[in-house]
Design a protein around this ligand. Structure first.
Ligand code: UD1
Length: 417
């Protein structure tokens, strides 16, 4: 079990290129099941989650190889419709294979997905939508047996909540269904648009991705294509938090500015200054952050739930009181108790966190319990006095590519042991 050892209070500087977005790469890898021939994904981050998706692709009968950031998937027809529990559990993104395999094979048999324990994370919206598309789904003891022997057919689907995963699963299932599918109250996250861009390049006909109503005209077949994964806006938000807590100036490269529109004003509120140039973003942080106005996590284009944990680490050392409201997941403050071990003053109750900023955090032995919570503890360790020993690094590795190397290149003292 590796650990990260962070010696805090080093000023960061210089520039770093953003990795590709995990939450885009996972549905994109599942989507390659639908596309005959070769698909090339550039800027595909090397993460335990993406490697788990590659293992699923190989199990299904595709050839999947990685060379640095480029993944090549050769799909000459998948040979299976089942995915073993041990593979499903390795990542939350495995649930995207449900829509893709069902559409491709007319059948899918798999268990419930893994992923971080940040709430109940049911998949009822996925299943309800797939049933609307004509799937017959039996659930027994955590195993889903889904059939569409006569193929899926387009339908009007209204989501009660703009679920990212459900929207992606519907798109994957619907793009080769017969007829037209309309998704109302669809998720609008950039990762949805990235998935639609790839599929459209493969021959799909998807309109409105990135908006609340998505219309999918079913086509007979898809063919592989080359596609570059969008930059990871959550890694960008995390690095901004790392610069913010250490009073540093750093430059992020390969940024899509519009994806950060809800994040930057919150850090500006805390006294950070941003300079945007083409696809670069320079952040200059003050010596001491100020507390922020109430921050509410919301579906995109609101403030992302995935950036809440790193932001909380910043609020922990800001001057004044910050209130956070987590509206997306029920159990997403587990980092708060660990931050308290480092001297943070955070009270949580249900969806609320009240953070009384302290002038300084102190290094301690802390344990991450989920991906973004791990990132928050890294940010805290960077500004803490003394040494932080972070356990649960496997969570960090789900979403941050060689994070200790990225931070070391910026001047931090972070070692993996
Ligand atoms: C995705 C992201 C995750 C991010 C989240 C919200 C991936 C691999 N993960 O997760 O990093 O935090 O979007 O931006 O892309 N819900 C239901 N029933 C369902 C589906 C969802 O009740 O069938 C609820 C969830 O429990 C949660 C909320 O809807 O409370 C949002 O979930 P969703 O948008 O689906 O998130 P994920 O796709 O799991």
């Amino acid at each position: 079990m590796s650990k990260l050892y962070i010696t805090g209070r080093k000023r960061l500087g210089g520039g770093v290129r953003l990795q590709g977005a995990k939450n885009s790469a996972l549905p994109l890898l599942a989507a390659t099941v639908l596309a005959r021939g070769e698909s090339v994904l550039y800027n595909c981050p090397l993460l335990s989650d993406t490697e788990a998706s590659l293992r699923i692709l190989r199990w299904l009968g595709c050839k999947a190889q990685r060379s640095d950031g480029t993944v090549l998937v050769k799909n000459d027809g998948i040979t299976r419709h089942d995915i073993p529990d041990a593979l499903m559990r390795q990542t939350r993104g495995s649930i995207m294979f449900l829509g893709a395999v069902l559409a491709r094979q007319g059948r899918a048999r798999l268990s419930l997905p893994g992923g971080c324990a940040i709430g109940q994370r049911p998949i009822d919206l996925h299943l309800k939508a797939l049933r609307r598309l004509g799937a017959v789904i039996k659930e027994r003891r955590g195993i889903l047996d889904c059939r569409a022997p006569h193929g899926l057919r387009g339908a009007d689907i209204t989501l009660p909540f703009p679920s990212v995963g459900a929207t992606e699963d519907i798109i994957l299932a619907a793009c080769t269904a017969s007829g037209v599918t309309t998704v109302t109250n669809a998720a609008r996250e950039p990762e949805i648009s990235d998935l639609a861009d790839y599929l459209n390049r493969c021959g799909a006909r998807i309109r409105g991705a990135g908006e609340s109503v998505i219309v999918i005209d079913g086509v007979r077949e898809l063919h592989g294509c080359a596609h570059a994964v969008i930059p990871d806006r959550i890694v960008a938000a995390t690095l901004i938090a790392c610069a913010a807590v250490t009073g540093s100036a750093i430059t992020l490269k390969g940024v899509i500015h519009s994806h950060l529109a809800a994040v930057l004003p919150v850090f500006e509120d805390a006294g950070c200054v941003f300079a945007a140039r083409e696809n670069e973003l320079k952040i200059t942080a003050p010596e001491r952050l100020r507390s922020m106005r109430i921050v509410r996590t919301m579906p995109y284009p609101g403030f992302p739930t995935d950036a809440q944990a790193p932001l909380l680490a910043a609020a922990a050392v800001a001057d004044g009181t910050t209130v956070l409201i987590e509206n997306i997941f029920e159990n997403r403050y587990r980092h708060a108790a660990e931050l308290a071990r480092m001297g943070a003053d955070v009270k949580t109750e249900g969806k609320f966190a009240v953070v009384e900023g302290v002038p300084r955090l102190y290094g301690a032995a802390v344990e991450a319990a989920d991906l973004r919570g791990a990132a928050a503890l890294v940010a805290a360790g960077l500004c803490a006095e003394g040494k932080t020993e972070l356990g649960g690094v496997r969570y960090l590795d789900r979403g941050y590519e060689s994070f200790e190397q990225v931070l070391s290149a910026l001047g931090a003292d972070v070692k993996r042991v």
